[in-house]
Ligand binder design. Sequence first.
Ligand SMILES: C[S@@+](CC[C@H](N)C(=O)[O-])C[C@H]1O[C@@H](n2cnc3c(N)ncnc32)[C@H](O)[C@@H]1O
Length: 271
Amino acid sequence: MRSDHPRRFANSSSAICESLKMAQERTKEFLGREQNCVEVGAEKTRLFYVNEKVVRQLMEEDAKGDAATEALLEHLKTHDVKEGIYEGGLKVWEGALDLANFLLSGACDFQFEGKDIFEVGCGAGLLGILASKKGCRRVVVQDYNEEVLRFFTRNNFVINDLDVEEAEFIHGDWQALAGILGPEQFDLIVTAETIYNEESYAKLHDLMFKTLRTDGKVYLAAKVEYFGVGGSLGAFLHYVRKQGKFHAEVKWISSSAVPRKIIGLKKTAPS
Ligand SMILES: C[S@@+](CC[C@H](N)C(=O)[O-])C[C@H]1O[C@@H](n2cnc3c(N)ncnc32)[C@H](O)[C@@H]1O
């Protein structure tokens, strides 16, 4: 009788694993409905992200029991980006794609393998996903809204066949995070379309300066001007130069009607 136990246990645990695997596959199938796909780099690396309709459906389900999700859904019915409420993370902005293409181009000499990377203001998390696919050791992605991470970013890791347990998802305001996160943790910080609000420059700057290793790099993608909201690349670079803690260099310029750039930042001194 006793000798049966381990086998019975092994059987039931493999049955549990099997049903977990099936549940994961079903979740993936649901998330993958009408999923979006972008191709980046010369080798056309495919990055997937969950369709907005599916994200909304998941949020509506959750809103039945979660007041914060309900409030965000209510806000999204009539508004878009609004400071302190929703910071634009539920869609993919051009800057994220510019940066993904740049990271895979000959103009960027960063070697991902074994490195620690932080995507600040991640939204869909496509840069974190790319870094995971390229063999980074540690991938941390951050968004202001916890709901963005829960319903969009995490699920994007799933549909890109990545293990969500291997990435770190953090939410909150940059100022609070700069107080919580330890110093000098990352070899690379990437951030796209995060400088549209001049009020946020100090906290974004300080978070990046604190968490970047002395020999690390920041790549920041942005529009030259954010019409109607006040932020601009010129104003951000002016702020950065005034602080004197980073050396800034233009790495890429778009040829589009609304110009966009990628800026590289390196520390001028340790934090
Ligand atoms: C316009 S979205 C860009 C999303 C993504 N990087 C892209 O390009 O698709 C701005 C991002 O910055 C984050 N963000 C903006 N202001 C923030 C703040 N004060 N604290 C924390 N995150 C902030 C938002 O949560 C969001 O992820």
